[in-house]
Ligand binder design. Sequence first.
Ligand code: PRX
Length: 654
Amino acid sequence: MISSVLEEKRRFKPTKQFLAGSQGPNEKALELIRKKAARNPEAFWKAQAQNLVWKKAPKKVLSGKAPHNTWFADGRINAAFNCIDVHLTTHRRNKAAIIWEGEPGDIRTITYLQLSIEVNRFAHALTKTLGVGKGDVVGIYMGMVPEAVIAMLACARIGATHNVVFGGFSGDSLRDRLNDSKAKVLITQDGVHRKGVATPLKAAIDSSLKEVPSLRHVVVLERTQQDAKMKMGRDVFWDQLVKGMDTHHEAEGFPSEHPLFILYTSGSTGKPKGILHTTGGYLTQAKYSANIVFDFQDRDLFFCTADIGWITGHTYVTYGPLLCGASIFLYEGAPTYPEADRFWRMIERHRITIFYTAPTAIRTFMRLGDEFPNRWDLNSLRLLGSVGEPINPEAWMWYSRTIGHERCPIVDTWWQTETGAILISPIPSATTLKPGTATRPLPGMDIDVVDKSGKSCKPNVGGLLVIKKPWPGMLRTIYGDEKRYIGAYWSEFPGSKKQAPFYFTGDGARKDKDGYFWIMGRVDDVVNISGHRLGTAEVESSLVAHPSVAEAAVVARPDEIKGSALVAFVVLRADVKPEYVAALPEILRAFVAKQIGPIAKPDEVRITGGLPKTRSGKIMRRLLREIVTSGVTTGDVTTLEDMTVLAALRQDDE
Ligand code: PRX
């Protein structure tokens, strides 16, 4: 079904330099952990949960039937307490929790004690002044500033469920996500620094916020001192809000299954899915995975380049590292500002030791040239990571050589918004690496590649990536849409009386003879553009909202830098004036960027007379994909309603 062309022969064992500074397991020890975990996964996860501090220790481990499992259900826990307070009685009290660099070059260091003070004040402000209570949803729409992390942790501390929306999304996208989650409060900023420009954030969303009836208050952090129009009674500045608030705050233990956050992600329909994660299981998996994959030592400074608007920003900017008592490095701005060496300059300046980014960024830097990283001393680095999309071996080798100086292992980590945490990854102290594979599932996980009937595929035969046993960090549902939750993840392999259902990831993969997983990308209408997940249906529904468009179909074609690029086929309404047509592709690209956000902007818009459809009227996107990828169509076209459409589309291509 899915074929692969490449056999990778290169192997990389953990380097001596890495092993000298690591406390991770060696290969033999890892195999023992793996076997023990596979023999009794529940005992394994129970032991991991014991690495957290519970207000009430759970007796239960896994309960319920998939897909409605619960974890540690009778336990009570506070997420912020585990990220902060547990460190205050240790040598980490005055250790940096966050080292932050703003785009203009300003630097702030926030120790665990200072973080505790800021989070506590904000937690009091949320409850006392804004009336936020347990279970209320709080939207967060911010740039990469320490207050974004503080806001998340303050919500967690008081049992409010945060809903972080990526600051690059449009006001309308924000509005939809706030409405779907019925958010009561929004935390935002006056503006953000990006590529040398202070861009307004609050002013850009004001009109959209009028259409969020559940919203009672908007908290505005002043970052760029831009004019933010404040609505009396609703809007309040962050500094005013926290003034005089108590710096002590008693953390309450919430049930393990209390909702910690909702994070919207793209699916194969036009409407984003609100992925719901709960507390005890998520924290267990976040701490376990962060520790074993990133090998945190107290002297480390960890730079995860993800924005907090994505799951990576939740689990490996905020929760995972802070649970482990690590120091995180945050950067506010663009990687190419003021020059393309910004990341490398910051690695030297702050002596960053672990660097975790996306293949798109790696490919971009590769193309920009070695001159930029070579300007700076990268010898502080000891471990590199990759996430979000398959990393091609060429980019892997460049990353290893030019950034890691052949000294740093690379952890290629596979996971999803839904999985909550890394599930497939090398363990840097143990795993022999092959460029281009995320290697093997972490101990405790039961993951496989199966055919359509659910049978395991033979080595090197492509199939569907599934998770066979529940895991603590799994999503619990799609917020407000239980039916879609079952449909999207649990109906492909619904199981039987004897066999529990499998979780379907939506990814294609193959396993090689060593049991290493090679992820081959999505098999549904979800695409990965620059490591950002996007549903083609979302872009289609934006396009058809334009008055000139009758129909639209969006597909991805491979792109050297971004992984995939979007091509939109558009059929115009009959009344569109001919002289207007030439300008439409640009107009439509800008329209989508404004409606959803710049990441959704199609790379190419092709105006066409018709779309290939089946007799029942379904657009045959497979054919469009073939046209944009290879220019030819293969396979079955017998269901195609009108063959002339296909001929015309191919002609358009020439
Ligand atoms: O297709 C896989 C790809 O990203 C998808 C998940 O996207 P999202 O929920 O936005 O989370 C991204 C960050 C965890 C997956 O279904 N993906 C993620 N990591 C990898 C990957 N593909 C290949 N290799 C990876 N390491």
